[in-house]
Design a protein around this ligand. Structure first.
Ligand SMILES: Nc1ncnc2c1ncn2[C@@H]1O[C@H](COP(=O)(O)OP(=O)(O)OP(=O)(O)O)[C@@H](O)[C@H]1O
Length: 602
């Protein structure tokens, strides 16, 4: 559900308008470097004048030569020389200043984008295809967003040159203003050109993303073993080539099409320019005027070209990047809007799912359908169900990584959507089946599960013990001080099961979480180890007084049976719930699956 549907302001799906985005980026630049920005603007505008005035000096020189006025010849030649020198000096100054400003502001913008992404509590950003494509473009553009400032300053400079030049043309004859009309087709074609190309690029962006993915699969160490065993290397290379072509063909066609339209537009201007010179000559104007028209007219074409080119770049690339950045800002804001309450200190009644349904953006079917159940404070709750039944989705909703499409998650009666996501996440702990391998020192890889405690060795050791990961540490050459990951100097190779135990230890770093989530974090461990681990965990959870809830997702019924409450999901619906004894007495789906698994162990 978009926040517009929820009525929280602008629709986060929409890219914001270009001008608003440009203005926002300027304000960001001004807040980082106000003096440098204003001085760069002033010098860039000043640098535009000497160049535009050359046509005027040429007119004076022409008339002075015809009138044989030595003094005027000297004056106009001196002005031409001064213009050339001042133009060069101001251009160098403006380039240096703008570059200094850009270098400084780039660091600020990169940090801003990274902070925005990290501030977003949900993971829709990393799972939804349109958002992924949008972020892929922004990631490429964030390092060059500073060009937008240069581009806007440059555009203002070109516009000033254009205005001065038009003034000079009008001073000869007002009708010469019509030359501007002939300049409109190139302006129009240049300004829509990048937008047309960008639309096509975005439509086919998934092919470049896939091509990059195939390239990294074919070339990185993570997939190296399987790529060699399966022999899919050549196939990956061929698929990458074909994906790249599926991207390139429509993009190239769009580029050719817009280039052809642009050439026609310039031909129209050429006709106008020649017409203007013929018009002035036929009127019998003084030689100086004809020189002015020839110089200013020719300059007009290059000024229009530069202005529209700069505007094209501005609209197509730099503004496009700023629109994505502002979209990210709005999206981040929409995710926290209305979340104004702190997380509770403790749970009294627990967490209630009230009519919770959820559909992944763009998906046809519901991943969860009308789930209503009370998760009592202090309980250990197991979720079971076949693959794709919605177990992980339920966990994501409880963690606040997604908001329900309908219904609500109530924490002691308060809607989770009202609780500040940062504060809620501080009270979560646990680990997931798709854990991340943090290739740091072992102590950091575990300790970052509770950042304030990352350097506190007793806390790290306690978490390792709770996760039953002591044996992993014993085998590491320098214990907690071992660098993990064989690609780093002195880095240790760690097996999948060992990584999983370290991830579990990381999940146990926080003490007193309100919600502990164990989403199949032990799938790589044997059933007995998993059973012992959860038994130990459930015992320590039972002794707590803060009402913290533990959610356990597992396919192993020997582990599941010890939970206080078992939720059985079937095709996105909650089919059964109760204790092991209740569900066995019910003789339904759980009882049947339990018997099948139990007979497998006999
Ligand atoms: N990011 C996503 N975008 C679209 N659909 C998704 C996404 N993640 C999961 N789904 C779909 O939602 C449904 C529920 O998925 P979920 O991961 O919650 O199942 P699960 O019960 O945890 O499965 P498993 O036991 O295999 O982990 C599935 O049909 C799945 O294909």
């Amino acid at each position: 559900m978009s926040s517009a549907d929820r009525g929280d302001g602008p629709d986060p799906d929409e890219l914001p308008p270009a001008l608003a985005a440009m203005w926002r980026l300027f304000r960001l630049g001004y807040s980082h470097e106000p003096v440098l920005l204003l001085v760069s603007l002033g010098i860039t505008l000043l640098a535009a004048l000497p160049d535009a005035l050359l046509a005027l000096w040429l007119q004076w020189l022409g008339n002075a030569i015809i009138a044989r006025d030595g003094m005027m010849i000297m004056v106009s030649v001196s002005l031409m020389a001064a213009s050339v020198a001042a133009g060069w000096l101001l251009r160098v100054l403006s380039t240096r200043l703008t570059r200094r400003f850009r270098d400084k502001v780039t660091v600020g913008l990169e940090a801003h984008v990274a902070t925005l992404q990290a501030s977003i509590g949900g993971i829709e950003l990393h799972e939804r295809q349109e958002y992924l494509d949008r972020l892929a473009v922004l990631r490429n553009q964030v390092f060059v967003l500073d060009h937008m400032y240069m581009s806007v300053l440059g555009t203002l400079g070109w516009i000033l040159r254009l205005v001065v030049t038009l003034g000079l043309l009008v001073s000869v004859h007002p009708l010469l203003l019509l030359l501007l009309l002939f300049g409109l087709p190139p302006v129009f074609s240049s300004s829509i050109r990048p937008a047309v190309e960008r639309r096509v690029e975005e439509r086919v962006a998934r092919h470049t993303r896939l091509a990059e993915h195939l390239f990294s699969t074919a070339t990185t160490a993570a997939a190296g073993k399987e790529v060699r065993v399966t022999g899919i290397g050549p196939d990956l290379v061929a698929r990458r080539r074909s994906e790249w072509e599926r991207w390139f063909r429509p993009v190239a066609a769009a580029r050719w099409g817009t280039a052809a339209a642009h050439a026609v537009a310039w031909a129209v201007f050429g006709i106008g320019y020649v017409g203007a010179i013929v018009f002035v000559v036929l009127r019998g104007s003084p030689v100086g005027d004809v020189l002015l028209i020839m110089a200013a007219g020719a300059r007009l074409s290059s000024y229009i070209g530069a202005t529209v080119g700069e505007i094209g770049f501005l609209r197509g690339t730099w503004l496009d990047g700023s629109r994505r950045l502002v979209w990210l800002e709005r999206y981040a804001a929409s995710q926290v809007s209305g979340a104004d309450l702190p997380a509770p200190e403790r749970l009294d009644s627990g967490i209630e799912l009230r009519g919770v349904s959820f559909r992944y953006p763009g998906a046809d079917r519901l991943a969860l359908d009308g789930v209503s159940v009370q998760l009592p404070a202090g309980a250990v709750i197991a979720i079971v169900g076949e693959n794709g039944a919605g177990k992980s989705t339920l966990v994501k909703l409880l963690c606040g990584l997604y908001r329900p499409s309908a219904g609500s998650v109530l924490v002691d009666g308060t809607d989770l959507a009202r609780i500040d996501p940062d504060r809620w996440r501080e009270r979560l702990a646990g680990s997931f089946q798709d854990f991340y391998r943090f290739e740091f020192l072992a102590r950091t890889s575990v300790g970052l599960g509770d950042l304030p405690e990352v350097d506190h060795e007793p806390a790290v050791v306690r978490a390792v013990r709770r996760a039953g990961a002591g044996d992993v540490l014993d085998r590491l050459p320098y214990g907690l001080d071992t660098q993990l990951g064989p690609t780093w100097p002195d880095g240790a190779e760690v097996s999948f099961g060992q990584w999983q135990k370290l991830a579990l230890a990381r999940g146990f770093m926080r003490t007193g979480p309100l919600l502990t989530v164990l989403d199949e974090p032990t799938a790589a461990l044997d059933a007995e180890t998993e059973h012992e681990l959860f038994e130990r965990y459930a015992e320590s959870a039972a002794g707590r007084s803060d009402g913290g809830i533990t959610i356990l997702v597992s396919h192993r019924f020997s582990t599941v049976r010890m939970a206080d409450l078992i939720l059985v999901l079937d095709g996105s619906r909650l089919a059964e719930h109760g204790s092991h004894a209740d569900l066995m007495a019910l003789g339904g789906q759980y009882a049947e699956l339990y018997r099948i698994q139990a007979s497998g162990y006999r």
